[in-house]
Design a protein around this ligand. Structure first.
Ligand SMILES: [Fe+2]
Length: 343
């Protein structure tokens, strides 16, 4: 499967409307529907009632927050090169005996794409593959000003998503590499940090072949936990990152978790903020782009060059399995539930 980018992301939250306010005022996401009156779409652009669709560039939307009883990730949307890559991906899922549902036109439109299919990983996270995302040139309007260049997205996609699992199994590794067809950027057990619970975590960072970003999907092992840990987003200009940093610093409701600093594996600058849904946003600038012909996996002896001090609580209580029932492992013989977000 030739995944080119993390193209969109779906969340469920009891605070969907809070996402509009915080998303616009702090992050600078757009919240409008760019679809013009006369457009490539036959009818109206379908939207789920009371959902919030956040924009980061000229694409229709990038992060959707649907009303839900608890904060959780609804789906991860993987971008494929084109319609043929989509056809090939479905053939590949058949060969791997992974049950999937193909979206009808209406359901795909709600996602803002021309074609989409959904399936589940071995622990129950929903993955969607799609081709051809709708966009309107020069239509991105940031939710706050000033904004110099906005987000670094486009064909690079949003960034990466980190999913917590109670155990990193071979089955999960095979799903990422054999089913999604990804390669590995980095992996191993983290270095003990001061602050937080100081615990060491094992992660595997995967990257789509032919994807310029260093990693797109991370499974992070923590016994007793399940769910979305953080989402990486990136600004195109250091000043836009700096302005977001100032706003997060002042924000008492959704405080900073880690200060600005430079990582070693991928050498971008980033800091971490809490969000209305409990998981974190890693907010970055200047991430590296990878040339597959030259890349080799390495392991820095330390995670950080400077900064990245833990200053806020990483409250992940909503991800404790003892607090909810995580989705059951997908049964390879069962057909996944039909798409639930489009109404
Ligand atoms: Fe990250």
């Amino acid at each position: 499967m030739d995944i080119r980018a993390l193209g969109y992301l779906g969340l469920k939250s009891p605070k969907a409307e809070e996402w509009t306010r915080w998303g616009e005022e702090v992050m600078g996401f757009g919240t409008d529907d760019p679809t013009p009156e006369s457009s490539a779409l036959e009818g109206a652009s379908p939207r789920v009632k009371d959902a919030v669709y956040l924009r980061m560039d000229d694409r229709k939307w990038r992060i959707a927050v649907y009303p839900g009883e608890r904060d959780e990730i609804a789906f991860v949307g993987w971008e494929l090169a084109d319609r043929i890559a989509f056809k090939d991906a479905l053939k590949h899922l058949d060969e791997k005996k992974i049950p999937y549902s193909v979206a009808n036109e209406y359901q795909a439109l709600e996602r803002g794409v021309q074609g989409m299919a959904a399936f589940y990983d071995p622990v129950g996270f929903r993955h969607e593959i799609y081709y051809s995302q709708y966009y309107l040139e020069n239509s991105f309007k940031p939710g706050r000003l000033p904004m110099k260049k906005g987000f670094r997205v486009g064909n690079l996609g949003i960034g990466h998503v980190v999913l917590m699992v109670p155990e990193l199994t071979d089955e999960l590794d095979e799903f990422a590499t054999e089913v999604l067809g990804m390669r590995v950027f980095a992996g191993g057990t983290s270095i003990k940090v001061s602050g937080g619970d100081g615990g060491r975590l094992r992660t595997e960072m995967y990257r789509g072949r032919n994807n310029l970003r260093s990693h797109n999907l991370v499974y992070m092992e923590k016994a007793g936990y399940f769910g979305l840990h953080h989402v990486f987003i990136e600004y195109d200009d250091l000043d836009d990152l700096g302005r977001a940093y100032d706003l997060v610093k002042k924000n008492k409701q959704y405080p900073m978790i880690m200060t600005l600093g430079r990582h070693q594996a991928d050498t971008f600058l980033s800091f971490y903020s809490s969000t209305p849904s409990g998981f974190a946003f890693e907010i970055a600038w200047n991430s590296m782009l990878i040339n597959d012909q030259e890349f080799v996996q390495g392991r820095p002896l330390h995670s950080f060059v400077w900064g990245l001090d833990m200053v806020g609580p990483v409250v992940m209580d909503h991800l404790k399995i003892s607090n909810f029932n995580p989705p059951p492992q997908s049964n390879p013989n069962s057909v996944p539930e039909m798409l639930d977000a489009a109404e």
